[in-house]
Design a protein around this ligand. Structure first.
Ligand code: NAD
Ligand code: AHE
Ligand code: ZN
Length: 369
């Protein structure tokens, strides 16, 4: 079938919106009509050419929501009409990783996903006979896409697509990193580096669990008011403080952060985020994605003296199990998504969404179809 998609033909060039061809679902696959998709910084990262797994041409996008149109042979858990959120971290419930109960990183289809292909090793997308890669197994910058059944979370039908699409990445990543990965407890002091689409959800999660101080660090002062609305108690602009930011945060928190989160993708900040943690127990969770070839550094003494570096992908969430619950939280008014969606636009304007992100003028832009 013909579908409308934004294609990344080459790195660091604007996306091109045009009609592409999509093959129907094969065994174990599902055709989904995408109704809305957020634009995450990771899409921009891959488009920049810094992602070692970045492939071109590709249809990017991994923060969508939509409706099942058709199911392939053998699909049991979904039927046409079901409302779904695509999962770049699937949940097969059968692989060694899922069964371990120690990680959300289901590996059932990870290899082909990283190659921009469906699990059978082929692509469903093409343009004028030329193959186009899938992206993160989701490719939500298209009004129809095909996904494996294990990469779809079934959600309630009264949830608005243009809001809950954000649960497909940013909301779950931020709140999940607090709850599932760091396991922040009430009364803890939390420091969040980067107050964008992820960092504000970390702040939201920290407030939900009853954190004490919630310190936000960002070089863009325009992020401050919304961060305060979401629960930030102290704002630090690295450009406005004298001296070493690590010492500044350690003093501010009277000994260091119990929990810190890096939500930028900058390896220098990852070091600061570790070193501003409390001696003996502070835990730093890395969420930001750094460019290929970049490495993190610290004195091993930082770890010897009890600080811990962890990482979190998709907030440690098991998508088919946890995403429907997070949709319920939104519908019950327990979490705020609406105020984080600062821009809504059609697919034709998707390059504007990327520009707004780079200029620091948006939190989340959502594309509606
Ligand atoms: P964003 O562009 O919305 O936000 C980034 C924020 O960082 C901005 O507010 C910006 O002003 C701030 N910033 C930039 N440089 C800074 C500096 N030197 N010091 C302090 N603040 C600085 O991006 P986002 O969508 O929130 O994504 C953030 C990061 O998280 C990206 O690296 C993205 O790829 C990654 N990410 C990871 C996961 C995961 O599962 N691990 C999921 C989603 C996004
Ligand atoms: N392809 C990159 C890694 C990108 C990355 O770390 N992705 C995160 C999700 S970011 C969503 O906005 C993730 O889930 N990682 C786990 C995984 O298996 O990819 C690279 O460096 O190669
Ligand atoms: Zn994302």
């Amino acid at each position: 079938m013909d579908v409308k998609a934004a294609i990344a033909f080459e790195a660091a060039k604007p996306l091109t919106v045009e009609t592409v061809q999509l093959e129907g679902p094969k065994e174990g696959e599902v055709l989904v009509e995408i109704k809305a998709t957020g634009v995450c910084h990771t899409d921009a990262y891959t488009l920049s050419g810094k992602d070692p797994e970045g492939l071109f041409p590709a249809i990017l996008g991994h923060e969508g929501a939509g409706i099942v149109v058709e199911v392939g042979q053998g699909v049991k858990s979904l039927k046409p009409g079901d409302h779904v959120i695509p999962l770049y971290t699937p949940e097969c419930r059968q692989c060694e990783y899922c069964l371990s109960q120690k990680t959300n990183l289901c590996q059932a289809i990870r290899q082909t996903q990283g190659q921009g292909l469906m699990p059978d090793g082929t692509s469903r997308f093409s343009v004028n006979g030329e193959m186009i890669h899938h992206y993160m197994g989701t490719s939500t910058f298209a009004n129809y896409t095909v996904l494996p059944e294990i990469a779809l979370a079934k959600i309630r039908e009264d949830a608005p697509f243009d809001k809950v699409c954000y649960i497909g990445c940013g909301v779950t990543t931020g709140i999940g990193a607090v709850i599932n990965t760091a396991k922040v407890e009430a009364g803890a002091n939390v420091v969040v580096f980067g107050l964008g689409g992820i960092g504000l959800n970390v702040i939201q999660g920290a407030r939900m669990v009853g954190a004490n101080m919630i310190v936000g660090v960002d070089i863009n002062p325009a992020k401050r008011p919304l961060a305060e609305k979401f629960g930030m108690t102290h704002f630090v602009n690295p450009h406005e403080i004298d001296g070493d930011i690590v010492k500044y945060i350690v003093d501010l928190t009277r000994g260091g952060a119990d929990y810190s989160f890096e939500c930028v993708g900058n390896v220098n900040l990852m070091r600061q985020a570790l070193e501003c943690c409390h001696k003996g127990w502070g835990v730093c969770t890395i969420i930001g994605v750094a460019g290929g070839g970049e490495e993190i550094r610290t004195r091993p003494f930082q770890l010897v003296t009890g600080r811990v570096w962890k990482g979190s992908a998709f907030g440690g969430a098991r998508g088919r199990t946890d995403v429907p619950k997070i949709v319920d939280w939104y519908m019950e008014g327990k979490i705020n998504i609406d105020d984080l969606i600062t821009h809504v636009m059609p697919l034709e304007k998707i390059n504007d969404a990327l520009d707004l992100m780079h200029k620091g003028e948006s939190i989340r832009s959502v594309i509606t179809f």
